[in-house]
Ligand binder design. Sequence first.
Ligand SMILES: Cc1ncc(COP(=O)(O)O)c(C=O)c1O
Length: 453
Amino acid sequence: MMLESTLYSVVLTVWFYRYVESTRQVESHRLSAVVKAVNNVDQSAVDISLSPRVNSVKPSKTVAISDLATALAQSGIPVIKLAAGEPDFDTPAAIAEAGINAIREGYTRYTPNAGSLEVREAICHKLKEENGISYTPDQILVSNGAKQSIVQAVLAVCSPGDEVIIPAPFWVSYPEMARLADATPVILSTKIEENFLLDPKVLQSSLTEKSRLLILCSPSNPTGSVYPKKLLEEIAQIVARHPRLLVLSDEIYEHIMYAPATHTSFASLPGMWERTLTVNGFSKAFAMTGWRLGYLAGPKHFVAACGKIQSQSTSGASSIAQKAAVAALGLGYAGGEEVAVMVKAFRERRDFLVQSFGKLEGVKITEPQGAFYLFIDFSAYYGSEAEGFGKIEDSESLCRYLLDKGQVAAVPGSAFGDDSCIRISYATSLTTLQAAFERIKKALVPLKRPARV
Ligand SMILES: Cc1ncc(COP(=O)(O)O)c(C=O)c1O
């Protein structure tokens, strides 16, 4: 027990200083490399300085807290992990079987860079049937996950100094991907009272001739908000007035959607096909995170440019995962019964959490219409003193407190561009969520009574 608690505090301390350290380290390594070079003391010294591009990118806080929670769990501390964006279900059997058969049948060689014709044809069929958008296989690029699809798109279309317009709260990687492309992320805030949806007037007033890419994510990670068709139409009208502006529509949570909400693909709106890069993938709806398969659909000119980047980096995605993806798309409309069962479970969990957190004093919450995240405003607790812990100043210290006192891992909202909230992933069983809620509730009790909101 003694050893456990020592390890626990060591790991927590490591987390606390991790971000500060990560930036400091680069600087001090650079300095010592330069000092060594100048003094010429050690002929074999290696210059370990890194490119300014890498230095401008922040490490992912979601990955950091997931790693920390895993380390604590491995050391025997019963942490409840609500940090990762990963379904808790197994890949449906029919999909897994298709992967196994691919190996058995020797489908284990390189595929074309853009993906096998079979999987690209299946994707075209899906996009036509489910999303009302027409593509030919040469307008599809299959990659090792939607993350790769997005970063390649950003790299392919942005020039240094271009602006990438990102509504906040945003998925952690968008601004960093913009920075990797030497572009400037322009963050547009939204309000919890407006379901975290982008106000078209805010968009309109933020666009300049430098605006190159607008990134939309619906259903959203981290808020679960779904853009209604009418709002997307208003956004499309604004976009249409800016000839340089493209839209990257991240639709990876498309199938995890709670009726009556419905999904609209941005590319299906009048005049938007030509300027939209649609991204989707298999990780979330089909519980295939480890298979690493996503895709981009768009005008050939842009897709070919992304393919060029891919051909000089990873080449084609896994042949086995592509066979599995064909089986996934064969499950039926929106993933058929297999996906419907998972969505039903997500919905039950969402309902439980929204109801439970909704009753806590000082907490603001919206009912997400999709994905499997809650983005909860706990800012009324900021400023509270916790005995033996110190002041809860922001989303990061609140998450550290919840991990310390409640042994629940959540992600600070600051990682997503909104410090008033924390993100909870409900991709875990209802029983675990019930236990997590009780722990959070208990951990909040000793905090000084929050100011009324
Ligand atoms: C909004 C969003 N887009 C893209 C991705 C990337 O998914 P993958 O690379 O697993 O296909 C994620 C994963 O967390 C996500 O949340």
